[in-house]
Design a binder for this molecule. Structure first.
Ligand code: CU
Length: 136
């Protein structure tokens, strides 16, 4: 009988662990999808179910933000994310940034990466949002 309870307890722990991993979510606090903006604007990154840490620190259940700007074709997500103007790393553990983009429509997307800049598996990626930048 005791071993039955042990199995049930272990199973419940595994379910809880799995559901907490699935609960991780990355999202934009701002701007909102479809928002119009002029000039420099603030992008705030939201994360639930995990913690933010600086790149290089291998702490469980943590990662750092990557902002994808106008990225239509995702890079190989099993490798460290490349670093460019369109794939920006926030390896200092930042959760927001001021950016300026050319007038027109742009897409923004967030991807969480581990201490080696490799996206987590399963992926922790935001919806892709659209923003409209005005011509000043
Ligand atoms: Cu990175």
């Amino acid at each position: 009988m005791r071993s039955v309870f042990k199995v049930i307890f272990i199973s419940m722990c595994m379910i809880l662990a799995a559901s907490s991993a699935q609960a991780a979510d990355v999202y934009f606090i701002s701007p909102a999808d479809g928002e119009s903006t002029c000039g420099e604007f603030n992008v705030q990154f939201g994360l639930s179910g995990m913690g933010v840490t600086a790149a290089g620190y291998d702490a469980p259940n943590t990662g750092h933000h990557h902002l994808l700007i106008d990225v239509e074709e995702l890079p190989d997500l099993s490798l460290p994310l490349p670093k460019s103007e369109r794939v920006r790393h926030f390896g200092g553990g930042q959760t927001e940034v001021m950016i300026q983009l050319s007038p027109g429509t742009h897409t923004l997307q967030l991807v969480l990466g581990n201490h080696l800049h490799i996206p987590h598996q399963p992926l922790i990626m935001s919806e892709k949002i659209n923003i409209e930048v005005c011509a000043e």
